[in-house]
Design a protein around this ligand. Structure first.
Ligand SMILES: Cc1ncc(C[n+]2csc(CCOP(=O)(O)OP(=O)(O)O)c2C)c(N)n1
Length: 351
């Protein structure tokens, strides 16, 4: 057997809408999914605008990845855990994080991350790939305690070239962690296209080396994402970690500091716009006769909600400059307490 077939032959690809299939969801659930996708898209647009006028210093858009994030979070139960990377705003919205808190975090105020523990959600990880170790750690704890929860951790295609990712998968396999590694393969790591990132034919096959299951899913098909993630979570609950590779596309720049027209063709972007997850889901709802004025009007309602939340965040007081020391440890070590005091004396003393 050719080398490629050994790997890709064992990788299943999950599709629902294109395959003419369905999953077991009632009308209310389908509407909730659509509304959350629209809300997340509106958040993205607003955050972009706020960055351009100087109220946010940098922002990582998720436009085009709404089905992947919202579908995955829909499959997660409230008492499961979620581990985000930095592009998971849509996932945070689906998790029920208050919109003004999410804006507050993007405005650089760590208070925006407060309250996440009640949502069984970890804070955002900016270093690429480090959060995979947290996904494994939480999953190992669940395995040791023999409980039936699971954890889903988000990560990007680029992060799968990092050592942390491989260490995380190795430990997850050995310790039968209750972990799902949800890779959003959005085709780029900043300007680095997926094909130049790795010689692997798929990201999913990287799981096989660690003795865990890897599968691909059409990440712009929200129903396929729910189906694949549900199955993966069920296995993880029983000590079988899974890697899900969601095939999607970042329709916007990497961050507001990037200009993607310098490294990808308009033609390619246009092709993926045709595959826009919101457009596809709307077409599905229309076909099923579920589309309604309520959904049509939701766009305006969502804009209102987003504007209100952004204004709330803008009106909040700025944090104290030395609060950043408070979030590193549960109990602050003496040395850090001294440094905090020193900084305060210096800043306040010089005022
Ligand atoms: C350890 C580390 N190296 C480099 C960076 C700079 N950096 C930020 S995002 C990024 C690319 C990440 O690509 P991917 O994992 O595909 O996620 P995406 O940004 O596409 O969501 C890089 C290199 C970083 N934040 N951390």
């Amino acid at each position: 057997m050719a080398r490629e077939e050994v790997y890709t032959g064992s990788i299943e690809k999950v599709e629902v809408m294109d395959a003419g299939d369905d999953i077991d969801l009632d009308e209310e659930a389908l509407k909730t999914l659509y509304k959350n996708m629209v809300l997340a898209r509106k958040f993205d647009e607003k955050a972009f605008a706020l960055q351009r006028r100087g109220d946010i210093s940098t922002y990582a858009p998720h436009k085009g990845q709404e089905a992947a994030q919202i579908g995955a979070m829909f499959a997660l139960k409230d008492d499961d855990w979620m581990v985000p990377s930095f592009r998971e705003t849509a996932a945070f919205i689906m998790r029920g994080a208050p919109l003004e808190k999410i804006f507050q975090r993007w405005m650089g105020d760590a208070n925006g991350q407060k309250g996440l523990a009640e949502l069984n959600t970890l804070p955002v990880a900016i270093p690429v790939g480090t959060q995979n170790l947290h996904t494994t750690g939480l999953g190992m704890a669940m395995s040791f305690k023999d409980d039936d929860n699971a954890v889903i951790g988000f990560t990007g295609d680029g992060s799968t070239s990092e050592g942390d990712f491989h260490e995380a998968l190795n430990f997850a396999g050995v310790y039968e962690a209750h972990s799902v590694f949800f890779v959003q393969n959005n085709q780029y790591a900043i300007s680095m296209p997926r094909e130049k990132q790795t010689k692997s034919e798929t990201i999913a096959q990287k799981a096989l080396a660690y003795g865990i299951e890897g599968l691909q899913v059409d990440g712009n098909d929200i129903l396929a994402v729910i189906k694949a993630t549900r199955e993966a979570l069920e296995k993880a609950r029983n000590g079988e970690p899974v890697l899900v590779e969601a095939l999607t596309y970042r329709l916007e720049d990497h961050t507001t500091s990037d200009d993607s027209s310098r490294y990808r063709d308009e033609e390619e972007v246009e092709k993926w716009k045709e595959n826009d997850p919101i457009k596809r889901f709307r077409e599905y709802l229309e076909e099923k006769g579920i589309w309604s004025d309520e959904l049509e009007d939701y766009e305006e309602e969502a804009e209102g909600k987003i504007d209100e939340a952004a204004n709330k965040a803008l009106e909040m007081d700025d944090p104290e400059f030395d609060e950043l020391f408070d979030y590193v440890y549960g109990e602050m070590p003496e040395l850090l307490a001294e440094e905090k005091e020193e900084l305060r004396e210096e800043v306040v003393g010089n005022e």
